[in-house]
Design a protein around this ligand. Structure first.
Ligand code: FMN
Length: 367
């Protein structure tokens, strides 16, 4: 696969140059740490910082730490604010629905629904002033001209898409690489508008459809936790982006409760729900999902603020019944241990799977 032409910069992580075509997914809310990013790079892949939440200053501090550790091939992920304001009335109604639960948990007050872009413009400005190799965008595309400005400072721009239509839109907007996220993925679905219903075309099929429609390098994401999964994805894609496979890695900042939930036999399934943030996201099904999924409106990020006190209390108490347990469908296979070893083992298993036939007879696995 050719590297995007004409964009100099020794730090640019061309997918073709990765010794191991595995990308450590951005995982906001704690799991992505500079140490995790560095460990994925040491295994031959590339890692991502997640800056969907938090301030521009916190992001720059993480970038500084990644560099201090010696990482050179890494990216930063940003959440693109929705074009439309969040439906605050719907979020207030949801807060009323949650009031009995807050009372049960001894929480005085739920969060105030509000609009919030998590300092998106400040983060863009910070990353233009202090460029990193890659910036990936989730939840849509930034304002026209943003891709060009990043490219001008030597930063590759990746767009996360969940449908062929969005893939075409991202290509037309000038993305360098597409992260194609299937419905199996843990965490938020990268739909372009809050109210969009995410598609349910399985990753393999979605990848093939996107491959037919566009010519950019593709990164597959969603449910890739075994070598077989990765090998199959790389029949079409140029790299595999894994999140859940790294959730229980030593270097991840995943909360103890979230880690424990991955091994909890009482949690038997995952579902895509708006119950925590107002945007569709795949979580293990816990009590909050069971009780409130049906009444959660599409009001991101307002619901994120509404549910914050519940999540904070649950996190502090190690009580996993009411916190988001973002997890992909392959969570049962998620390994634990050092991330470098997890990535190395995953890649070795993918190569074995490809050699065993049945998977990956062409494409990236042949390198
Ligand atoms: C805990 C968690 C947090 C996530 N946070 C982000 C994020 O901040 N930005 C993003 O683009 N994707 C995020 N995702 C989605 C991942 O980028 C990726 O699409 C997903 O992890 C792939 O599916 P898998 O979890 O089955 O490997 C998150 C996923 C998880 C599990």
């Amino acid at each position: 696969m050719p590297a995007p032409a004409g964009r100099a910069g020794s730090d640019r992580p061309s997918l073709a140059d990765l010794a191991v075509p595995i990308i450590g997914a951005p995982m906001a809310g704690g799991p992505s740490t500079p140490e995790l990013v560095h460990a994925v790079e040491r295994a031959g892949g590339a890692g991502f910082l997640a800056s969907g939440y938090g301030s521009a200053d916190a992001l720059l501090e993480q970038v500084r730490r990644v560099r201090e550790l010696g990482a050179r091939r890494f990216g930063v992920n940003l959440f693109v604010p929705d074009a439309l304001p969040a439906d605050l009335d719907a979020a207030r109604a949801y807060r009323d629905e949650l009031a009995p639960l807050a009372a049960e948990l001894g929480i005085d007050e739920l969060g105030t629904p509000r609009q919030d872009d998590s300092g998106f413009d400040a983060k863009v400005a910070a990353l233009l002033a202090d460029p990193v190799p890659v910036v990936s965008f989730t939840f849509g595309l930034p304002a026209p001209g943003t891709f060009r400005r990043f490219r001008d400072v030597g930063t590759a721009v990746w767009a996360t898409v969940t449908s062929t239509d969005d893939a075409v839109t991202a290509v037309e907007a000038g993305a360098d690489v597409l992260v194609v996220q299937g419905p199996e993925a843990g965490g938020h679905r990268s739909t372009f508008a809050v109210a969009d219903t995410p598609g349910d075309v399985p990753l393999g099929e979605l990848l093939r459809a996107v491959r037919r429609a566009v010519e950019l390098p593709l990164i597959a994401a969603g449910g890739l936790t075994t070598g077989q999964d990765v090998a199959r994805a790389l029949e079409v894609a140029d790299a595999a982006q894994v999140g859940t496979a790294l959730l229980d890695a030593d270097e991840a900042g995943t909360s103890p409760g979230h880690r424990a939930a991955l091994r909890d036999p009482a949690l038997t399934t995952t579902a895509v729900t708006r119950a925590f943030t107002g945007r569709p996201a795949r979580s293990l099904v816990n009590e909050l999902v069971r009780r409130y999924d049906a009444v959660a409106p599409p009001a991101y990020p307002a619901l994120n603020h509404v549910t914050w006190p519940i999540r904070q209390a649950g996190g502090a108490a190690g009580d996993t019944r009411f916190i988001p347990l973002w997890t992909g469908q392959g969570w049962r296979e998620a390994p634990s241990g050092p991330a470098q070893r997890i990535v190395a083992d995953l890649w070795a298993a993918a190569e074995t799977a490809a050699r065993g036939g049945g998977a990956a007879s062409s494409g990236r696995m042949q390198r």
